[in-house]
Design a protein around this ligand. Structure first.
Ligand code: SAM
Length: 309
């Protein structure tokens, strides 16, 4: 088993949004290998505390090792970040970081089945206690359901064609490995000199469906907001346009100086109110040239941050 090494993305930018301060309490909802968490603990010493969450047992083990030197300033939970609402309801906290998506070790370990670049079981579960795997979705969903997942979560324009090819292939033999799936997609949509592998969108979409990533992101934003103290800050890093849209709508909704009576936001139906949040940046922050050069996996990262008023 390889070491759990993940280069934290937009680290300086996340710290500058959260402004970790001595003696305060922070939550890292996606602790991963502990890179962001370590920087938050360093910046909030002495006495700053951090509660970390991750659904992945290997991430929790790696973070526990990396953060051991901070002793009882750190508490880690192997559970979904939506659990932070319950765990912090009584105490509240001063800052929450959500760094959504997968970590490099998850992608790089063939046995986890996240990547088409190495042969592995079609698994893709972040939390290996959960029953649903990618293999189940690929072999058991109807063609239409698969196509919807590929289109909505992977932006795959050839979603229907790919879904039909999968159904045809699994009629002959159950699809059990990443390479069987990648080959099925590639036979249907040959690469023809394209830079990205034709199965890129399909793999991303399946991963997001297996782990219910959009549903989790929604629940995580609500949970984080519910425990933040006034003046506390929420920073969210996304790697997917659908997730960024969700975060943007969430922050815009809280920062508006009005609510809307009804479904449509038209001036006649607006009811003035004091904004509940301040967006720290109007536009999402993206990695600079130096970070992109150092860590090409940061290329789709976007950070949004807001302060509770
Ligand atoms: C991009 S990595 C985070 C890396 C981390 N910031 C670091 O510095 O190493 C995302 C992590 O979030 C975890 N994760 C994704 N969705 C989650 C959820 N709903 N609840 C808890 N952890 C989640 C994944 O298992 C993964 O370890």
């Amino acid at each position: 088993m390889t070491d759990f090494i993940h280069e934290p993305v937009l680290l300086e930018e996340a710290l500058s949004a959260l402004q970790p301060t001595a003696g305060r309490l922070y939550v890292d909802g996606t602790v991963g290998g502990g890179g962001h968490a370590e920087a938050i603990l360093e910046a909030s010493g002495p006495g700053g505390r951090l509660v970390g969450f991750d659904r992945d047992d290997r991430a929790i083990a790696a973070a526990a090792k990396r953060l051991a030197r901070f002793g009882d300033r750190v508490t880690l939970h192997r559970e979904s970040f939506s659990g932070l609402a319950k765990r912090l309801a009584k105490v509240g906290c001063d800052g929450v970081l959500l760094d959504l998506g997968v970590s490099s070790p998850q992608l790089d370990e063939p046995g986890r089945g996240f990547s088409f670049q190495a042969e592995g079981p079609l698994d893709m579960r972040m939390d290996r206690r959960q029953p649903v795997t990618a293999e189940q979705l690929v072999n058991e969903l109807e063609s239409d359901e698969l196509a919807t997942i590929f289109w909505e979560l992977g932006g795959e324009r050839r979603s229907r064609r790919i879904a039909r090819a999968i159904v045809e292939q699994r009629g002959m033999q159950r699809l059990e490995t990443t390479t069987q799936l990648a080959d099925t997609v590639e036979r249907t949509c040959p690469r023809r000199g394209a830079r990205t592998h034709p199965a890129t969108g399909v793999f991303q979409a399946l991963r997001m469906a297996v782990n219910d990533e959009l549903g989790q992101a929604r629940a995580g934003l609500d949970a984080a907001w519910s425990v933040l103290k006034p003046g506390g800050r929420l920073a969210v890093i996304t790697f997917h346009s659908g997730e960024d849209r969700l975060v943007k709508q969430f922050s815009r909704g809280l920062a508006k100086p009005y609510t809307v009576r009804g479904e449509v936001d038209v001036p006649e139906l607006r009811v003035p109110r004091v904004p509940l949040a301040r967006e720290l940046n109007r536009r999402a922050i993206k990695p600079g040239a130096a970070e992109l050069e150092r860590n090409p996996r940061s290329r789709s990262a976007q950070l949004r941050a807001l302060e509770k008023l």
